[in-house]
Structures are given as structure tokens and as C-alpha cells.
Write a protein that binds this ligand. Structure first.
Ligand code: ADP
Ligand code: MG
Length: 337
């Protein structure tokens, strides 16, 4: 892979929340690249730092949280070096984010048409207001909202509809990168399928790069080219979606895949439930953070952090099972224990 293929390079990113009980390190020394035009799925159980990562990529972490270190090289510009005004230009214009809670982003005194046409016109996707409005009607129609409701205000819509407007709004922006955090979670199956179709189409038409943050492995299997499995603030495994889903290397990824209904589940099989829960990030376990839950735990796992290294092709894993000399000390790159 040449550096031309990379849209966004995240290097040694750490994010902490200051709490009364101490610092919660929700993202711990994470390094990975996002390739131009790909859909990268970010999966993991609740509390593993997915949303924190998504917001950090836009420098939208709010107190008591802050990015404590890292470089965010977007198209070769380090976003960490930008002042607030310059950063605002990147948000929306270059990088858009679709949140789970629509009310955080909708303006109560603007109707749907205002929201969508404004976004489309600002970003010069559509020549004039009439075209923008027509496209806005089409977009909400595809989101499962009747076009004649385009003049409704946010408070007149159901929660589900507001979410779909948010999604339409994100899609109306001609951003290079869209970060969608649990954007399909509140949608019913049919609208979700339409949304995924729409994302796929927009990706092809506008050369979009998408980060799909979700606990729903099915959504990632449906749309993603690559998948990153996040556990307790770190990336456990990263690779092509077929490799990671088909031949998961990390025991955590394996457990995650086995807990999904409909994946290799025969009639009569009961659904596997992974033992335990993700750790409290106030006091994460030393070494590999998965070791207390890992069915294949070894002595070294509780002592040292395994490196995040490429195995076959671009398939990265952070696990002592794949280190050459498990008894010896490797160079830990996964951050502080
Ligand atoms: P995910 O999206 O994977 O569920 P989050 O990024 O929301 O994970 O949370 C990661 C960790 O950061 C969790 O331990 C959570 O408790 C903590 N966290 C998130 N937001 C805050 C906050 N505002 N203050 C303190 N801790 C937080
Ligand atoms: Mg989240």
C-alpha cells in the first residue's frame, strides 16, 4: 500500500476522561490508517471506546475528556495542529459525523427542508434551492419519511424519524469521510437496509470514505471492506472483513463472532455468550486487557502488552498467541499497562 491510498492516519492516539475516581483512558495509544474510499467497520462491546474514538477523529472530545496525545494526519495535515476555527472547517466540510442521538444536532427552529437544503447548498452539491429541495425530498423519501413532511419541525417528528433526518443530513454533506456512530441502531430492519444501500451508493458516487461504528456485526458484514475490533480502548484486530470474520485471530474477535445470531448457527445450537464483561477502564488489567476473560490465556498475557502486528497481508492482531517467542519480551506498542 502506498501512502496515496491513505486518507487518514491515526498515530498513537490516547484519550482520557478525568473523573472523581481518576483518569479513564478510553482510547489507549491506538495507531491505524483509514484508506481512501473504504468502509471501515469499528466493532466491540459497549464501553470499549468506539464513540470516544469516533469523536476524537473529529477533535470533538469535550471536558472532562481530552486527547492527551497523538497525531491525526488527515490528507497529510495534522488536525492536532489546527486552531479551533480551522478545525470547524474540517468538521462538516471534510469530515461529517452522524450520531446516535439526533437531538444533539438538529436545530429546533429549522424544519427538515431548511436543514437539508442548507447543508446541500453550503456544500455546493446542488446548483440551486429548488434542486436541493427536490433532492432533500428524495432523500427523506428513501429514509422512509413521506416527502410532504419536509416542512415539519424536529419536535413534530417521532424519535425514529428525527434519527432518519440526521442520517439524511449526514448523507447530504459531501464530506470525504463520514463517521457514523450507531446510526442504524434505532432503525427498523427495512429502513436500515435502505440506509445501507444508500450509503453504498453514495460511497460509489461521491468516493466517500466511511467509518461505521456499531455493535451490530451484521451491519459491518453487510457494508464494510475492513473491520477493526476494539477492546478496552485498544484495537485487538484489524483486517479485511472476510479475513477477520472468516478467520478471526484474536480470541476476543472469535468470541464476538460466536455471540452473533445467524452466523454459522445451526438449528438447535444455543447462542454462545462470552463470559465476563469489558474491564473498568479506571483500572484496566495489566498486559493484554482481554486476558482475564481469555480462554487461551498464557502467563505472559497478564504481564506484557502484545504488539499490534501484521500477520498475513494486512491482517493485524495484538495477541501473544501470534508472537514468535511468547516467553521472551517483545517490544510492547500497545501503551501503558
Ligand atoms: P463505546 O462507544 O464503545 O460504548 P465509549 O467511547 O462511549 O465506548 O466509552 C469508553 C469508556 O469511556 C467507557 O469506560 C466510558 O465509561 C468512558 N466514558 C465515556 N464518556 C465519558 C465521560 N463523559 N466521562 C467519563 N467517562 C466517560
Ligand atoms: Mg458508543
Amino acid at each position: 500500500m502506498t501512502t496515496d491510498d491513505i486518507l487518514y492516519s491515526i498515530q498513537n492516539l490516547s484519550v482520557e476522561y478525568e473523573t472523581r475516581l481518576g483518569a479513564v483512558r478510553a482510547v489507549d495509544n491506538v495507531t491505524f490508517d483509514i484508506k481512501k474510499g473504504e468502509v471501515l467497520g469499528l466493532v466491540g462491546e459497549s464501553g470499549c471506546g468506539k464513540s470516544t474514538m469516533g469523536k476524537a477523529l473529529l477533535r470533538m472530545i469535550e471536558p472532562p475528556g481530552r486527547i492527551i496525545s497523538g497525531n491525526l494526519l488527515f490528507d497529510d495535515i495534522d488536525l492536532m495542529d489546527l486552531n479551533d476555527a480551522k478545525m470547524r472547517e474540517y468538521r462538516g466540510n471534510r469530515i461529517g459525523m452522524i450520531f446516535q442521538d439526533p437531538m444533539t444536532s438538529l436545530n429546533p427552529v429549522q424544519n427538515i427542508s431548511d436543514h437539508l437544503t442548507e447543508a446541500m447548498l453550503t456544500h455546493e452539491l446542488y446548483g440551486n434551492e429548488k434542486d436541493a429541495r427536490k433532492n432533500a425530498e428524495e432523500l427523506i423519501d428513501r429514509m422512509g419519511i413521506r416527502p410532504e413532511r419536509i416542512d415539519d419541525y424536529p419536535h413534530q417528528l417521532s424519535g425514529g424519524m428525527r434519527q432518519r433526518v440526521m442520517i439524511a443530513l449526514g448523507l447530504a454533506l459531501n464530506a470525504d469521510l463520514i463517521i457514523a456512530d450507531e446510526a442504524t441502531t434505532s432503525l427498523d430492519v427495512i429502513v436500515e437496509a435502505q440506509f445501507l444501500d444508500l450509503l453504498r451508493k453514495l460511497r460509489d458516487e461521491f468516493d466517500l470514505t466511511i467509518i461505521l461504528i456499531t455493535h451490530n456485526i451484521g451491519v459491518v458484514a453487510e457494508l464494510a471492506d475492513r473491520v477493526a475490533v476494539m477492546y478496552a480502548g485498544r484495537i485487538a484486530e484489524l483486517g479485511n472483513v472476510y479475513d477477520v470474520f472468516g478467520e478471526a485471530m484474536h480470541p476476543y474477535s472469535q468470541g464476538l463472532m460466536q455471540s452473533v445470531p445467524n452466523i454459522r448457527l445451526e438449528e438447535g445450537d444455543s447462542l454462545y455468550k462470552m463470559a465476563g464483561e469489558p474491564p473498568n477502564l479506571l483500572q484496566p488489567p495489566a498486559g493484554c486487557r482481554y486476558h482475564p476473560r481469555c480462554p487461551q490465556v498464557m502467563d505472559i498475557c497478564s504481564r506484557e502488552v502484545p504488539s499490534f502486528r501484521a500477520g498475513k497481508k494486512d491482517h493485524y492482531v495484538s495477541c501473544w498467541l501470534y508472537e514468535d517467542h511468547p516467553g521472551q519480551s517483545a517490544n510492547p506498542s500497545g501503551g501503558t499497562p
